[in-house]
Design a protein around this ligand. Sequence first.
Ligand code: SF4
Ligand code: MG
Length: 335
Amino acid sequence: TDKLLTVRDLQVRFGEGEGAVRAVDGVSFAIDRGETLALLGESGCGKSMTALALLRLLPQPVGHIAGGQVLLEGQDLLALPEMRMRQVRGGRIAMIFQEPMTSLNPVMTVGRQIGEVLAAHKGLKGRAARARSVELLGLVGIPDAGRRVDEYPHQLSGGMKQRVMIAMALAGEPDLLIADEPTTALDVTIQAQVLELMRDIQRETGMAMLLITHDLGVVAGMADRVAVMYAGQLVEQASRADFFTEPRHPYSRKLFAALPDMDKRDRPLTVIPGTVPTLDQSFHACRFADRCASAWRTCHEVEPAWLEEADGRGVRCHLYDPAHPNPPAAGSEAE
Ligand code: SF4
Ligand code: MG
C-alpha cells in the first residue's frame, strides 16, 4: 500500500466494561500523500476523538484505544513506544486546534514556541532557529515577522494566533497536518484567508491534511474526499464531487437540507431534531434511526453494515443493502 496513513477499525472507549461508551467504533479510512480528507459531522460525533486517537492523545485516564490500527506508511503508531511516538507528533504528523489560546503558551514568545518544535524535530537551535521562525511567520502571512517573533500570544489577534499555530505545525515539516475546526473560532473574512493559506501551503509542501469540520462550505473549498461521521462511526465516504452531486446517507442529506442555517458559523450544528444515542455495548440498531425519516423496523433492530464500492465510495445504511428487505412503502407499515 502506498497510502500515507491507513486507519483500520479504530476503536475508542470511554470507561470500562459493559457500560463503556463506544466513542469511536470501527472507523476506517486512508489518506494519500498530498490529499485532503474532510471528516464531517456534528460536534460530539467522535471526530476530535478520532484525531486525538491517531496521535495517542486521548483524554486520560478515561479515554483509551480498544482496538484497530493506525498505519503511517505501514508502521502501526498504536504499537510504537511512547519515545518514538513523540517524534511522530509534531514531526511527521502535526495537529492544530480550534482554540489557539488553549494550545499556545501565554508566557512564552511566539519565536520560542516555534523554536521548541524546530529543536525537537529539525535539530535547529539559536540563531538558525530564530531565522527559521521568522521565515515561517512570513510564510503564514504575518507582517513584520522579525518583530512579531518576539511577541507574546496576547499581543496577537485571533487570526494571527491561528497563523502562529499553523507556523508551529509547519515547523516540523509534517507529512500530515490534522486540523480540528481550525477556523471555526475566527470571523468569516479571516476564516477564508486562513483556509486559503492552508491550501497554498499544501500546494507548496505536498503535505496531506485531515480536516475536521462541521461546515459543508469548508468541505467544498478544501477537501478531495469526505468522510461523514455520526455517533462514533463513518456513515458515508465519497469524493467531494460524488458527495456534492449525490449525498447518499440520510444523515448526509440532512446536512445539505440544513445548509441555510449553517451560515451562522459561530453556532454548533444542531439543526437535525433528536439526539445522538448513548452507546453502550448493548446497542443494536442504526444509530441514526430515531432521527431518520426513512427508518423502518429493520433499522431499529439491525445495525447497518458498511457497504463499499470498488472506487472506495461507501455508505452505512440499510437502504443500500440488498441483504435487507426493502423499506416498506410510505404509510404501509403501522408500527
Ligand atoms: Fe435511516 Fe435506516 Fe438508513 Fe439508518 S439504516 S440511515 S434508519 S434508512
Ligand atoms: Mg470536536
